[in-house]
Design a protein around this ligand. Sequence first.
Ligand SMILES: O=C(O)CNC(=O)c1n[nH]c2ccccc2c1=O
Ligand SMILES: [Fe+2]
Length: 222
Amino acid sequence: KQGSQLHDDSSEDEMCRNVIRDLTNYGLCVVDNFLGPALGQTVLREVLTLNQKGVFKDGQLVSTKGNKGDLKTIRGDQICWVDGRESCCQNIGHLISKVDTLVMRANRMRDNGKLGEYTINGRTKAMVACYPGLGSHYVMHVDNPNKDGRCITAIYYLNLNWDVQQSGGLLRIFPEGWRGDKVADIDPIFDRLLFFWSDRRNPHEVQPAYDTRYAITLWYFD
Ligand SMILES: O=C(O)CNC(=O)c1n[nH]c2ccccc2c1=O
Ligand SMILES: [Fe+2]
């Protein structure tokens, strides 16, 4: 093997070990610069094209307080499902296979061949979500409250130069068992990959976003 390939394997293994360690210790894990800027941009361009083509279904209607205390109805997240083999989504497909590889390697690397207490054996299609700004948000929830099979949530963020102070859209996770009022605040920044257990251990919310906010989510089953 050339040096670089050797390097890749060790950095891949390193990334795997970090995912296992952080999921085991904290129930969540952040991997930054997952694809690198060039590949990350190709994924972003495909998502922007999907949006321009009007593929996103209209988001769920949510009511929110206007700044005059009035109740107004706005569009929440708009989503579309992508399998990654569509001609328009080749780079999203590449992202999906990179996340699959990482999850399956971590799954195998566990001494007992499990990630946490799970043996991952499948996943959903990719859910591409767009929060259209204007205060669109997602109330506190658990992704899988009732054992529907989903065990790991993987979210890839696409938002270049996102500043939470300006644009909001923070993901706040309230990990069960964290002491006091400790929370995990995740900025939805470009090329960031986030994993967390999908069950009741990780209630979370998307705070109001004031610019268009994109993310791609995969849920892994065991
Ligand atoms: O974007 C984020 O940072 C977190 N996002 C979520 O937790 C989240 N969770 N569950 C969903 C179900 C249907 C449509 C969108 C969603 C959704 O954005
Ligand atoms: Fe969620």
